[in-house]
Design a protein around this ligand. Structure first.
Ligand code: GDP
Length: 352
């Protein structure tokens, strides 16, 4: 049901996801078929072709853009002799590498275990992949049952720990509400330039990488507006299309910063050919988070890379910037001050 352009865009993204996860991409293979093969996802003949390609290229890993069933992954590994991963596993791997805060790490582990649990087949390799030291088996139980039980226990522990961290964060947040510092959150498709913009606006140093998911946990900095007012500017995890639903749920707490924000800055990479689709994807996630109605400024970034004529197509309230050259940043600061004062006036009239 995807168009050719959508498939190419999705594979490009998978390419970058793979590189972000530390892989070197030897090549990309496309197969067109009416429906996935139940045993191998691709046809058996294609699987053998992939095996030959891998050995010719010296590749040790096959990554599929769609999620595979445990049986499909296993069969593919048997036919090709190389390790097989799907998109969700790559994203989980990246999340695991990037998680910085305690909460982020807990959430990643929870998402990994939720992914693994229904896939446990008794082969025993899944757990060693997680690097977890799963201990001795209980008397009269198979290894599989013991593993399942221990994973369920760990999931319950993680959920409790996350709830605790969250409660603590809510206390901090309440304290912040007493001192009324407006909260402004940067949202946007991954690689749009959110971290760069946070740096450019606040002089902060957070890692900027031409890779996906450079930002996992929110990073907050103070930003002084032309009105001399100080706001907290928060960077959020990059959004991405087709992020599996269970991952969105696992990272909800990270994105809670978005729900709490007084103003959203929706950062768009104007130079990206698919930027319109990115805007739609981000709007969809915001809607899901219940943040669809938040005051929002559209910030079109990377204007240094586009023809000046393209800027004429932007709306009156849109802000055009370049985090790289600093163009438009003063306008953006003024627009933030403006949006916050409009919002405040409205709040005052709505809430007596
Ligand atoms: P994030 O994923 O949204 O946080 O994006 P980053 O801030 O990590 O930026 C992604 C890539 O885009 C990096 O290679 C940045 O150097 C680059 N980038 C960010 N802003 C600009 C810009 O205004 N112009 C250009 N040419 N590149 C930019």
């Amino acid at each position: 049901s995807l168009t050719g352009a959508e498939v190419r865009e999705s594979l490009n993204e998978l390419n970058r996801l793979a590189r972000t996860a530390g892989a070197e991409v030897a090549g990309t293979v496309l197969q067109k078929r009416p429906r996935p093969d139940p045993a191998h996802f691709v046809g058996r003949g294609k699987a053998e072709e992939l095996a030959a390609l891998c050995s010719a290229a010296g590749a040790g890993l096959l990554i599929f853009d769609q999620d595979l069933s445990p049986a499909q992954a296993r069969n593919l590994e048997n036919v090709t002799g190389v390790r097989v991963l799907d998109r969700t596993q790559i994203i989980l791997d990246i999340f695991a590498r990037r998680a910085r805060t305690r909460e982020g790490k807990l959430q990643v582990e929870l998402a990994q275990l939720n992914y693994v649990l229904p896939r446990l087949t008794g082969r025993g390799t899944e757990l060693s992949r997680l690097g977890g030291g799963i201990g001795t088996r209980g008397p009269g139980e198979t290894k599989l049952e013991t593993d399942r039980r221990r994973i369920r226990q760990r999931i319950a522990d993680l959920q409790r720990e996350i709830a605790e961290v969250r409660r603590h964060r809510q206390l901090l947040r309440r304290a912040r509400k007493v001192a009324p510092v407006p909260l402004v959150a940067l949202v946007g498709y991954t690689n749009a330039g959110k971290s760069s913009l946070l740096n450019a606006l606040t002089g902060a140093v957070v890692s900027v990488e031409d890779r996906l998911f450079a930002t996992l946990d929110p990073t907050s900095r103070q930003l002084r507006l032309p009105t001399n007012e100080v706001v907290v500017l928060t960077d959020t995890v990059g959004f991405i299309r087709h992020l599996p639903h269970h991952l969105v749920a696992a990272f909800r707490a990270t994105l809670e910063e978005v729900v709490e924000a007084d103003l959203l800055l929706h950062v768009v990479d104007l130079s990206h050919p698919a930027h319109q689709a990115h805007i739609t994807a981000v709007d969809g996630v915001l809607e899901e988070l219940g943040a669809g109605g938040k005051p929002r400024l559209m910030v079109f970034n990377k204007t240094d890379l586009v023809e000046p004529g393209e800027l004429d197509l932007l709306g009156r309230n849109d802000v055009a910037v370049s985090a790289l050259t600093g163009a438009g940043l003063d306008t953006l600061r003024a627009a933030v001050a403006d949006a916050l004062s409009t919002w405040r006036t409205r709040e005052r009239f709505l809430i007596p």
